[in-house]
Structures are given as structure tokens and as C-alpha cells.
Design a protein. Structure first.
Length: 205
């Protein structure tokens, strides 16, 4: 996670990539953005996150924001607007801040440049759809669990499973590992690691 540096001479652009979990592969997004940048004559600088799009607490995204604050890029390229955020409020806030700073945002799969008032309008529509899809997915998961419970076949997560193990998260933290390293080892997002550590602290108390 982070970004790569390139030699001077050709204009660089920031490429932001996000997949939802560590089990997903970001290579398809990276390849698409590389093709776009090659066609446009850009040198891509990649920022890659493997975490949920429901909030903005993502390591690579925060590095991207810092780089933009320092004026390192004036163009950000993404595969799809929902890679930026699946929250309408977060997405619109970020996009508005970027556009007000003169930063250009381009979605390759949607073939759209979100610059200007029309871009803001289109982004609000697309982000609304992304948020609705996210809410629908959660509702389906909840209904599936309720249905399984009603049939007596839902057992929940197994005790001691890697994805629900605050004790293991606390042990890894005690060994000096960073949140990102713990997330990789446990195959979960950073937000889950933070929840596990909080749960472990409560038990310790």
C-alpha cells in the first residue's frame, strides 16, 4: 500500500485503486488504469487500498489526500466512482473538495471527467446508486441470516475463527505489528482489526 515514484519528464497522475477485501485482486483495475494513462501520456502513481468503501479511513486514500494537499498531482484517475466511496455524503464531500482545488477526477470505466458543475451532478447520481447497492447488499445479508435462523441452520461464526478473534489481534499488536500488518495476517479490513482490539481491551479491563 502506498504509491510508486517515477522519473521526471512526463506528467504524473494519481491512480486510486480499491478492492473491498484482502481476498480480492486489484490487478484488473490496475491494468485498466495503466492502459488509460499510457493512451493519455501520463505516468501513473498508484495508491492501492484493500478495505471497505463505507468510510474514508483507508491508509492509501489518506496518503493520496496528503499528496493532493501538497500539490503533487492535479489529476486523479479511478476505475469507477464507487472505488472512491460507497457513501453519498463522503463521496460528494471529497469530490467537491478536490474540484474546488482544481483537481481533475476521471473514471475510466464510466468514461467521464467529473470536472465542472455537470460532473458534480453526475457524481451525485452515480454515488447515490453505489450507496443504494451497498445498502441493498447489507439488507440481503441480514435477510439471509434471519431466514437461516428461522430454519435453525444459522450457526454464526465459529469461535476461534480468524475473522472473529480479538485475542489474536491483541497478540499480534503486542508483538509490535502495525494495524495494516495485522489486517493482512487475519485477512480482514483495518476497521475490523480496530474493533477486535477494542473488544480485547474491554475483556482485559
Amino acid at each position: 500500500i502506498g504509491y510508486l515514484t517515477y522519473s521526471r519528464g512526463m506528467k504524473t497522475c494519481a491512480c486510486y485503486v480499491r478492492v473491498s477485501t484482502f481476498g480480492q485482486n486489484e490487478s484488473s483495475q490496475v491494468s485498466e488504469l495503466e492502459r488509460y494513462c499510457a493512451a493519455q501520456g501520463f505516468k501513473p502513481v498508484f495508491f492501492v487500498d484493500k478495505s471497505t468503501g463505507s468510510n474514508l479511513q483507508r491508509p492509501a486514500f489518506e496518503k493520496l489526500e496528503t499528496a493532493l494537499f501538497h500539490g503533487e498531482f492535479d489529476t486523479v484517475v479511478i476505475y469507477k466512482i464507487d472505488r472512491l466511496s460507497r457513501s453519498l455524503l463522503d463521496g460528494i464531500t471529497v469530490l467537491s473538495n478536490w474540484l474546488n482545488k482544481g483537481i481533475r477526477l476521471i473514471s475510466t470505466s464510466q468514461q467521464f471527467d467529473f470536472n465542472g458543475s455537470v460532473g458534480k451532478l453526475m457524481s451525485s447520481v452515480l454515488l447515490s446508486v453505489a450507496e443504494m447497492e451497498n445498502d441493498t447488499r447489507r439488507e440481503r445479508q441480514a435477510l439471509g441470516i434471519e431466514n437461516a435462523k428461522s430454519k435453525g441452520v444459522y450457526k454464526g461464526r465459529k469461535l476461534g475463527a480468524t475473522k472473529a478473534n480479538p485475542a489474536r489481534a491483541a497478540k499480534l499488536r503486542a508483538e509490535g505489528k502495525k494495524l495494516q500488518e495485522i489486517a493482512v495476517l487475519m485477512n480482514v479490513g483495518i476497521s475490523s482489526v480496530q474493533r477486535y482490539l477494542k473488544a480485547a481491551d474491554k475483556v482485559a479491563l
